[in-house]
Design a protein around this ligand. Structure first.
Ligand SMILES: *Cc1c(COP(=O)(O)O)cnc(C)c1O
Length: 457
């Protein structure tokens, strides 16, 4: 139960050793034990599997992560938006322990269990729209995106799929085709699945602030001319882009696209793998634009770190598929379902949607103030606890990936986990667990601010 103790220890004064309450560096980063483990990794693990930081984890929870050398880092990454409720949330730990002792697996397609059904019921309740819904569970975000495409194709009897510039949908063959960026995700891995077409996104910082309706009309024109609604099964879009750079489309963009889809018999699919589950200060990011997707894809934050993903959507679309057409050996694994139920309970009981909004208020003001003084910050954007700065050469809009990397590296050395992203690699993204304290957030952004000041000097 060390992890659970740790999680409580970082949020209260009374449990767990006091040293676990704050960032603490006792060795250089990485410390000697991490260096040793990294040498083993290099000789045992395929080098294509990279790591952001050369630091090995011992415990994590709340807003902190303790490494094998006893250093305590502040976590602004949540394992890429996964541990939204914390990496050892006590409810998740207890639910997993109870389930693992009851049974680990039966295969839902052989002898089903309640946890899967309960997760489906919650997803049907929590996702936007009060129409009749159904859910199917899978293991990874990419697998769920693939299944959303299967369902849309089956329902419409059409083949084509439209995705957007800067999109990221995963690393399997179909989702590589749907992902925009070649290096590192697609480079050398073709040929890719066919019938995937790319349309221009609304990217306010880089499209001259085109309003949402105009940006949507531009995208729809490309779709109509280059694909044709008669051939198009689905439009798949991240309501706030993740790996592509935390790009928030202009107001009205998503709703205009969704309306066009409805009018043209095209399934509108929201890929909320990164933006979902309270991350953006709403249960799902498409709620900010009042959009009700036909299908919504979730993963990452859904199960507190256990592998689980879902497609939730209109009953007539989901139920169009023949029996046996959807599934997989592990899809909706009972332990992952138990974790997801505990995550949903935690989000609702602890008011984490509201907490994400508070984090936005705390952090965005501060980032904007830095941006006023430092013209290397081209843009500050995001919602809730999904926030980013786009870095540029001072006073221009030329992307500066070297600066982003340097700030990240300096922050890492000071014990703050930050990630980069973006088509140009010039975006610093912040994805703190919603269990982080205000003090930890303040301290982490002190470090990031100092790293920016020191970078390039
Ligand atoms: C991470 C991500 C995926 C892929 O999820 P995996 O679980 O890594 O397969 C798909 N879409 C978006 C928006 C993501 O952020």
């Amino acid at each position: 139960m060390q992890g659970a103790e740790h999680d409580r220890g970082v949020t209260t004064e009374t449990s767990a050793p006091a040293v676990r309450q704050a960032r603490r560096l006792v060795t250089p980063i990485p410390g000697p034990k991490s260096v040793e483990l990294m040498a083993r990794k290099t000789s045992a693990v395929a080098s294509g599997v990279g790591t952001t930081m050369p630091v090995f984890t011992a415990h994590a929870g709340g807003g902190l992560l303790e490494d094998v050398d006893g250093n305590i880092l502040i976590d602004l990454g949540s394992g890429i938006a996964v541990t939204t409720v914390g990496a050892a949330e006590p409810r998740v730990v207890a639910a997993v322990q109870e389930q693992v002792a009851a049974f680990t697996h039966t295969c839902f397609m052989v002898t089903p269990y309640e946890g899967y059904v309960a997760v489906a019921e919650h997803l049907n309740r929590l996702t936007p729209g009060d129409h009749e819904k159904r859910t199917a569970l899978f293991n990874s975000g990419a697998e769920a995106v693939e299944n959303a495409v299967k369902i849309a194709r089956h329902h419409t009897g059409k083949d084509a799929v439209v995705v957007f510039d800067h999109a990221y949908h995963g690393r399997t063959n179909l989702t590589m085709a749907m992902t925009a960026k070649s290096m590192p995700y697609k480079h050398g891995f073709g040929p890719f699945a066919s019938e995937v077409y790319r349309a221009p996104l609304s990217y306010p910082y880089r499209d001259g602030g085109l309003d949402g309706a105009t940006a949507a009309a531009r995208a729809i024109d490309v779709i109509e001319k280059q694909v044709g609604a008669d051939n198009l099964a689905a439009v798949v879009i991240e309501p706030i882009q993740g790996e592509g750079g935390f790009i928030v489309p202009a107001a009205g963009f998503l709703s205009a696209l969704a309306a066009w889809c409805t009018a043209n018999g095209v399934v509108f699919v929201a890929d909320e793998v990164q933006s979902g589950f309270a991350r953006t200060g709403a249960m799902f990011a498409c709620e900010h634009d009042g959009v009700v997707p036909d299908l919504i894809v979730t993963a990452k934050g859904i199960a507190g770190g256990l592998p689980l993903s879902a497609v939730t959507g209109r009953a007539e679309m989901m139920d169009a598929v023949h029996v046996g057409g959807l599934g997989g050996t592990y899809g909706g694994n009972p332990i992952a379902c138990a974790a997801a139920l505990a995550v949903i309970e935690t989000i609702e009981a602890d008011g984490l949607v509201e907490r994400a909004r508070q984090i936005e208020e705390l952090v965005v003001g501060r980032l904007r103030a830095i941006g006023e003084r430092d013209s290397r910050i081209g843009d500050v954007r995001g919602r809730g606890a999904m926030l980013a700065v786009e870095l540029v050469e001072a006073g221009t809009d030329t992307p500066d990936p070297v600066l982003a990397k340097e700030i990240a590296t300096r922050s890492h050395a000071e014990g703050v986990i930050v990630l980069t992203c973006g088509t140009y690699g010039n975006v610093l993204r912040f994805l703190p667990p919603l269990s982080i304290t205000d003090e930890q957030l303040d301290e982490a952004f002190d470090v990031v601010e100092a790293a920016l000041a020191a970078a390039g000097q």
